[in-house]
Design a protein around this ligand. Structure first.
Ligand SMILES: NC(=O)c1ccc[n+]([C@@H]2O[C@H](COP(=O)([O-])OP(=O)(O)OC[C@H]3O[C@@H](n4cnc5c(N)ncnc54)[C@H](OP(=O)(O)O)[C@@H]3O)[C@@H](O)[C@H]2O)c1
Length: 261
């Protein structure tokens, strides 16, 4: 989406634009047969996605680090839609053990899985290591989701083949994938503190989200599996994601507003 469309909200060839809401995109869709896992579904983009998928009848499993906040989000959704089917399961993407526990707990529920939305993320945080001693943005945004997807893939394949409904995996990436380290992904120095850039590390993790989606998509197609994998840049939305970059975002948004007047 070009900058002009981003500012004006003019629709693109799909008929949708930056001003289109999730309710408009899903109008008329019956998602009653679908089960969705969404990471980080308790706030920001994930919360709105959870709300609207539940509104269309999907069974939504919010995978959340903060279960209390997720239960509160669930109650809020239920207030406006008492028929919403929403469950909350604990998941900390920055811990591979937690990802495994989440997958085991989900599989134990014996539910189908049609859609996996790898949405959770952190942006521009100061240098820190995850529990598994991996640079935090790469660990959370990419590695946790990569591992989660692998753990849930058989379940998704079984669901797609037994129901005949195309499965979907969506990785929330970002236009920031264009702004990464010179090497793209620094496989040999992912934890290097001296050269750490909070912006480039975010770009690196978002580039990894895209590469993951592209390669998985290629492999599933080769295997003849009825699951589509995509990565998306969701647009620019003021959410908690901006907590490490409020000044930067205010300047950016002010410059967009100036251009649009
Ligand atoms: N907003 C934008 O303009 C924008 C632009 C481009 C791409 N994106 C992408 O869109 C996605 C959603 O972002 P958002 O704007 O909705 O941000 P947000 O409101 O901050 O939501 C991010 C969610 O991720 C969760 N999360 C963070 N670390 C986690 C962890 N270790 N384990 C499990 N969950 C974790 C957060 O949970 P807590 O509440 O526990 O922190 C929160 O629920 C992200 O992948 C982001 O990179 C957003």
């Amino acid at each position: 989406m070009g900058i002009l469309r981003l500012i004006t909200g003019w629709p693109g060839p799909s008929g949708f634009g930056s001003a289109t809401t999730a309710e408009q995109v899903t109008a008329g869709i019956d998602a009653g047969d679908l089960t969705v896992v969404i990471t980080g579904g308790a706030s920001g983009i994930g919360l709105e996605t959870s709300r609207v998928l539940a509104l269309r009848g999907a069974h939504v499993i919010i995978a959340a680090r903060n279960v209390e906040a997720a239960n509160e989000a669930k109650q809020n959704i239920l207030k406006s839609n008492e028929n919403a089917k929403i469950d909350v399961l604990q998941l900390d993407l920055s811990s591979l053990k937690s990802v495994k526990d989440f997958a085991d707990n989900f599989i134990a529920l014996n539910l189908p899985l049609n859609i996996l939305i790898n949405n959770a993320g952190i942006m521009f945080c100061p240098y820190q290591l995850s529990q598994d001693e991996i640079e935090m943005q790469f660990a959370t945004n990419h590695l946790g989701h990569f591992y989660l997807t692998n753990l849930l893939l058989d379940k998704m394949k079984n669901t797609a083949s037994s129901t005949g409904i195309e499965g979907r995996i969506v990785n929330l990436s970002s236009v920031a994938h264009l702004h990464t380290y010179e090497e793209g992904i620094r496989f040999d120095s992912i934890n290097d503190k001296k050269s750490y850039s909070d912006k480039k590390a975010y770009g690196q993790s978002k580039l990894a989200n895209i590469l993951h989606a592209n390669e998985l998509s290629r492999r599933l197609e080769e295997e003849g599996v009825n699951i589509t994998v995509n990565s998306v840049h969701p647009g620019l939305i003021m959410t908690n994601l901006m907590k490490y970059s409020l000044n930067l975002m205010s300047t950016f948004i002010a410059s967009l507003q100036r251009r649009s007047t």
